[in-house]
Write a protein that binds this ligand. Structure first.
Ligand SMILES: N[C@@H](CCC(=O)N[C@@H](CS)C(=O)NCC(=O)O)C(=O)O
Length: 416
């Protein structure tokens, strides 16, 4: 009975209007996916459907009945819709305004909003200082994981502090649950939800609340929440406060590194999401074909060279690593990227193990958080929220990548 709507017919009628008036506000992709027509979900018919049976009542087609209208214009929806729709609008947390796919059913990633820079320049607003910056991360997230790997390899663990949110992201967005293994409280702002940190930085914030976030403890604001840019800042601006002299954006390689990061983003890093979140067969086909074409390409490149940009470990490797390490456990199954496993690639698989076995990298990988996050946080993709057993790839297995030309920075390997 708890799955049945607890509302009068007038509320249900208003919901029908609400859906019809906002064909592009989140309901539309769900409605398309369910194959439910607008007339089916319009007022009186929906009301009849609710009274008769529970099916077709939720426009995402999940078989749940829409639940508990809070007011005539504000509805609490089933978790399937809530999950894809939470965002900040003018500093207010909203669950009805976030669209994930466009009119062709293709996943539409929104741009990130905080784009300031830490610069090693005496006139800069944000200067690199040990202890000044803080990272909010999720161990499950591939974008945040880039920064965790960089922080480790670049010797910035003492200089930049970090907190970890819960891998499960529900109706309220990212949450701090320090009682859970691998999670922490918000040690800087004391918030319960990451969205509070965003509002602290900008009371009128209108954006998704994403990780990673680079927070400035001095100015009490967000510097940047775009992983590619945070990675570059850590690499190029923090030399004076790092514990080693590792450089992942070396001179002579920079154009190539930029080109590769750009080249792998759409088909691979974002490609797994485009495959998994596609709302139409054609959008899925396009994404998944691009993904495997790109993986095939890089597998060939890696036949004769140890790293993506040649003989040097660079930021580009970090960017590919965090997608590859999730692939066989998650993207293959959850996002339907099941044409091939990374373990079936002659070069990508040993390359992935090579990166995994770099000092400190393994401890940045938390497969429990990774699998929990994906399989429980996207119920429109995995509605039962069951975490599958998984293939448990042996990332520690030996590889012979060190026979290829190229040396790793010596200071990566502590001598003590
Ligand atoms: N372009 C961003 C993407 C970050 C991102 O989408 N992070 C995901 C976690 S994997 C997130 O926080 N999603 C929450 C949401 O979209 O509401 C980056 O590279 O930093």
């Amino acid at each position: 009975m708890s799955r049945y709507i607890e509302a009068g017919l007038s509320d249900i009628g208003t919901l029908g209007e609400y859906v019809a008036e906002r064909p592009n506000k989140g309901f539309e992709p769900a409605r398309r996916r369910a194959g439910v027509s607008h007339t089916t979900v319009s007022g009186p018919k929906l009301a009849v459907a609710v009274m008769a049976v529970s099916a077709v009542c939720c426009p995402c087609g999940c078989q749940c009945v829409l639940v508990t209208p809070l007011s005539p214009r504000s509805f609490t929806l089933c978790a399937h819709i809530i999950d894809t729709m939470n965002t900040l609008v003018d500093g207010e947390w909203r669950t009805d305004a976030y669209e994930t796919t466009n009119e062709d059913g293709a996943f539409d990633r929104q741009d990130t909003t905080f784009r300031d820079r830490v610069e090693d320049d005496p006139d800069a607003r944000f200067q690199p200082e040990a202890g000044r910056y803080h990272l909010y991360a999720c161990r499950a997230c591939p974008w945040a994981h880039r920064i965790l790997v960089a922080r480790k390899l670049l010797g910035l663990e003492d200089a930049i502090t970090v907190d970890y949110v819960d891998p499960f992201r529900g109706e309220d967005g990212w949450q701090f649950t320090p009682e859970k293994a691998g999670c922490t409280p918000d040690t800087v702002n004391g918030s319960d939800y990451l969205r509070e940190v965003y509002v602290e930085a900008d009371p009128d914030a209108t954006c998704r609340v994403t990780v990673p976030v680079l927070w400035d403890k001095q100015e009490e604001t967000i510097v940047n929440n775009e992983s590619e840019e945070i990675l570059r800042m850590l690499d190029t601006e923090f030399d004076d406060v790092s514990d080693n002299d590792v450089d992942l954006y070396p001179e002579g390689y920079q154009d190539e590194v930029d080109r590769i990061i750009d080249d792998i983003y759409e088909p691979i890093n974002n490609g797994v999401y485009r495959s998994g979140f596609a709302d139409s067969q054609s959008a899925y086909d396009e994404a998944v074909e691009e993904l495997f074409d790109a993986l095939d390409h890089w597998d060939t490149v890696l036949e004769d060279q140890r790293f993506l940009a040649g003989d040097r470990l660079t930021e580009a490797d970090i960017c590919l690593f965090t997608t590859l390490v999730r692939f066989d456990e998650v993207y293959h199954t959850h996002f339907m990227c099941n044409h091939k496993l990374i373990r079936e690639y002659d070069n990508l698989w040993p390359y992935l193990r090579d990166l995994y076995q770099l000092p400190g990298v393994a401890e940045t990988v938390n497969m429990d958080h990774i699998t929990e996050h994906y399989y429980t946080t996207h119920p429109d993709v995995s509605p039962k929220r069951i975490v599958p057993m998984g293939p448990d790839p042996d990332f520690e297995a030996v590889h012979d990548r060190d026979e290829l030309p190229g040396d790793l920075p010596e200071t990566l390997f502590p001598t003590a």
